[in-house]
Design a protein around this ligand. Sequence first.
Ligand SMILES: [Zn+2]
Length: 147
Amino acid sequence: MKEELMFCPECKKAVEIEGGVDAQGIYSKCMRCETRIEESHLPVTVKVLMLAFMEGEIREVRIPSLFIVDVDTYLNEVFRLGQNDFQRVVDRCSVSTGDVIIDEIFNEGPGPDYYKVASFGFEKMTAEQLEEYKKLDCRDRLFHSLS
Ligand SMILES: [Zn+2]
């Protein structure tokens, strides 16, 4: 079982939190930087590489930080709120199967993690796999599988 995670606006990451009670009531504190995190709904911007129908333009999707509790919830919200029905972005398609979500919130390494939107769920990609994937013709990407 995972530790409880929240989005820390200081670290700009999903962080493990420490809970407690003080004079102001119940609080959650970032275990990395010690900042007190309010039950905030502040929007967090996530970048999506549009590779399904566009040539790698970036679409920014804003999701409320309360969805940043685990990777699956977060990726699903990026997908859901990346639909033009929710957040219309001029000259950008909705986030679709074949696009790649750039994760700079749950990643543990220095670089981001990459998640390709698959027919069911998301497939994690390495930076090398992403480079190979980008080289494919737009049409081939749709049928490309990592395995
Ligand atoms: Zn922090």
